[in-house]
Design a protein around this ligand. Structure first.
Ligand code: TRP
Length: 381
């Protein structure tokens, strides 16, 4: 019998019921405390993004020091990425939403990595597919409102000349035994993936390399990506670069509930893809797993459980734009005054409106998306 408490979180596999406090201990990361949130609130000029105030970003490495540095005049840059294996869904936006908000508040540069090579090595996609999805995903990400002047993209196969001089230095520092232990690679793992982590490290150091001085890096990402950056942090100082700081989010449950864990695109009904037509969005939300009771009468009497509900997860991560709305939905659910059908109707309205707005924004970024892709190294060698 599999242990019900057993869970696995690596960049290549997320499985089981995740105990987030335990995961933080296992990974050796720090807790996002009220004091740290207060610091972010202060540095960003008196506001907190809902992904922070609602506890979705719950773990970090060295964020307090990075913020103190910023407050004392030491600028940093943001870095996050996406491995293009298909269309994006709403949960994929979690790191980019936070980055966009931080960029707007703090005026900092953003580096986005699109890893068309990684997903070619890790999945059964063709090169045509990974490249096509890479560009499609990039449009969706940029459409969140990134500043064209401060946003730079590494699209691995198109940016390899820019990445490679640093990648070879990184690769020389990482023994095979490390990647085998960190990622759980098997003897049959292809050697592309063995090398790949070097490429995911490069953007952490690239601005320091380009500018010839130490520029700190902050990476908002899903906690599943932490293993890559443990490798990065181990070797950073040996190469003369600062260790990147990290801010980790929880993994967002899919629409079919935790039993169908993973937000991955393997099950189309499990997520709201950004290219879903309105009818599909409606069907998926109507069929989504909730924390509701078996009958209306029971729900009115006993209330429901937001914490297990995939619809509540959507309100929490993106669609409750104000704290009042979020509290109203949460309290109504718990007390039984808000029934699942009504909650879903209200959510649907918000989702449709986001899709309409996003489709327009996406068309506009197509004019400049290509120009953000870095193709040349700043220096020879
Ligand atoms: N490996 C990530 C994925 O599979 C993509 C990625 C590249 C990334 N660089 C990153 C994610 C930096 C977070 C932060 O989607």
């Amino acid at each position: 019998m599999p242990d019900p408490d057993e869970f696995v979180v690596t960049p290549y596999e997320v499985r089981g019921h995740i105990d987030y406090a335990r995961l933080r201990e296992l990974f050796g990361t720090q807790e996002v405390t009220p004091e740290l949130l207060a610091k972010i609130h202060h540095v960003t000029g008196g506001e907190l993004h809902p992904l922070l105030s609602r506890g979705i970003y719950y773990s970090h490495r060295d964020l307090a020091a990075l913020l103190d540095g910023f407050a004392n005049g030491k600028p940093f840059f943001l870095y996050s990425g996406r491995g293009p294996s298909g269309p994006l869904h709403t949960s994929h936006l979690v790191p980019f939403d936070l980055c966009q908000w931080l960029q707007k508040r703090l005026g900092v540069p953003m580096y986005i990595q699109i890893t068309d090579d990684e997903k070619f090595w890790a999945r059964t996609l063709t090169r045509e597919e990974t490249v096509k999805w890479g560009m499609e995903n990039l449009y969706d990400i940029l459409a969140l409102g990134f500043d064209p002047k401060r946003t730079h993209v590494f699209f691995d196969s198109k940016s390899i000349a820019a990445l490679y001089p640093l990648a070879i230095r990184v690769a020389r520092k990482v023994p095979y035994s490390t990647v085998k232990a960190v990622f759980g690679f098997e003897p049959s793992t292809n050697i592309g993936l063995v090398f790949y982590t070097a490429l995911q490290t490069v953007p952490c150091f690239w601005p320091s390399w380009a500018e010839g001085r130490s520029v700190p890096c902050l990476i908002p990402c899903g906690i599943d990506q932490d293993p890559h950056f443990r490798v990065t942090r181990d070797i950073a100082e040996g190469l003369g670069y600062p260790k990147p700081a990290l801010l980790h989010s929880q993994m967002i449950p899919g629409l079919l509930g935790e039993a169908a864990m993973s937000t991955s695109g393997d099950r189309p009904e499990n997520a709201l893809f950004l290219n879903d037509p309105p009818g599909a969005v409606e069907r998926k939300i109507r069929n989504a797993f909730t924390g509701g009771r078996a009958t209306v009468e029971e729900q009115r009497r006993l209330g429901a459980t937001p914490e297990v509900c995939s619809v509540w997860a959507l309100w929490r991560t993106r669609f409750a734009e104000s704290e009042e709305k979020f509290q109203e939905v949460t309290a109504g659910c718990r007390s039984g005054t808000l029934l699942c059908g009504e909650c879903k109707s209200q959510l649907l309205e918000r989702v449709h409106s986001f899709y309409r707005h996003h489709a327009q924004a996406r068309e506009k970024v197509k004019d400049w998306a290509e120009s953000t892709i870095i193709t040349a190294a700043p220096k020879a060698l």
